[in-house]
Ligand binder design. Structure first.
Ligand code: KG4
Ligand code: ZN
Length: 335
């Protein structure tokens, strides 16, 4: 079963072909980061116009790299939301055109579901593929979302909690900006933190006891205050220590609440996905605990891509789901 996935919810124009929900035959991502970096974040109108210029070539490239024609594809899966409306429209219309021309089924996918299913995708190394087992707890950490989701089976989601303010990736991006680092802040902070002392500053960890929610705005403000105090004191800016201490606070908060929820709901395994799941300190912290097996997507498939959309599309296809050619985008679609 070969699914063509298309993803244009934010600032990556992406298409991929995935076999049987696990094996990427191609994975093409045209990043707009360079275009948006000058604004310090994603500029929505620029994003949709960039998608419209790139989408046709990206889809062709994904088919070519998979050595397949459109006729050899079984279904077309496309991100329907959540995301930027003008960006989603470009991918959805492309998918509709392909479905119409090829008489193949169209399947609209929730972007968050796509991130979760990225953990089903195999990495390049042969033989290293162990799909996640249910019941599982998914920690979804991206630029727009931070959620804890309980899954008892494929396509069954119970949202336990979410961020009350900034998403984890958003916190990385905002703190990156206030430390004068390049956009996006996540990879830049990880790099800056490499030789830093994570105990140099003690930043707050919002526990929010009695809920499965998160909050990162207090942490962001604490970093801002510290930076302002350091500027006033004229003692120079210990960038590596600030980055490492901030990163440690985010990692601590995410790992401790996820493990607590995993014990409470007696899951078999944990899955971590979304752009922030690329973070090496987060991956290390989860790998160091011995209580639960933890699944991560292959590093290159943590940030937005279309292989994850095709993987989710496969499980919807198996469940007999299909959408009409009249579906609209859903910019605020909850999982
Ligand atoms: O999943 P994603 O590509 O897009 C959304 O759906 O939001 O996530 C992007 C987010 C950005 O906030 C970026 O800073 C963060 O993921 N990110 C990271 C790392 N790589 C990307 N955060 C921390 N460490 C990283 N290595
Ligand atoms: Zn995403």
């Amino acid at each position: 079963m070969r699914i063509l996935g298309i993803e244009t919810s934010c600032d990556e124009t992406a298409a991929a072909v995935v076999e049987d929900g696990h094996f990427p035959l191609s994975n093409v991502v045209a990043s707009q980061i360079a275009v948006h970096a000058q604004y310090g974040g994603v500029f929505p109108e620029v994003a949709s116009r960039q998608h419209i210029r790139t989408i046709y070539a990206v889809v062709n490239e994904a088919l070519e790299q998979a050595h397949l024609s459109l006729e050899e594809i079984d279904a077309i899966a496309v991100t329907r939301g959540p995301g930027l409306p003008g960006s989603l429209v470009v991918g959805l219309n492309m998918a509709k055109g392909l479905a119409l021309a090829s008489h193949k089924p169209l399947i609209g996918i929730n972007h968050l579901e796509g991130h979760i299913y990225s953990a089903w995708l195999a990495s390049q190394e042969p033989g290293d593929h162990h799909p996640p087992q249910f019941p599982l707890l998914a920690l979804l950490v991206s630029g727009g979302h931070t959620e804890l989701i309980l899954m008892t089976d494929h396509l069954v989601y119970q949202r336990l909690g979410a961020t009350l303010d900034d998403a984890a990736g958003e916190a990385f991006d905002k703190v990156g900006r206030l430390l004068g680092l390049a956009y996006p802040g996540g990879p830049a902070i990880q790099e800056a933190a490499r030789n830093g002392d994570e105990t140099a500053f003690h930043f707050p960890r919002a526990r929010l006891e009695g809920t499965w929610d998160f909050s990162f705005s207090g942490l962001k403000t604490a970093v801002l205050r510290t930076v302002q105090d350091l500027q006033k004191s004229g003692r120079g800016m210990p960038l590596a220590d600030l980055a490492a201490s901030f990163q440690a606070a985010v990692v601590d908060t995410l790992v401790s609440k996820t493990l607590h929820a995993a014990r409470t709901f007696r899951v078999r395994e944990i899955l971590v996905a979304g752009g922030v799941s690329a973070n090496l300190a987060l991956r290390r912290a989860f790998q160091e605990q011995r209580e639960f097996p933890v699944h991560f997507p292959p590093p290159s498939l943590c940030t937005d891509n279309a292989a994850m959309i095709a993987a989710a599309g496969y499980f919807h296809y198996l469940a007999g789901h299909q959408d009409g050619l009249d579906i609209d985008v859903l910019p605020t679609w909850p999982l």
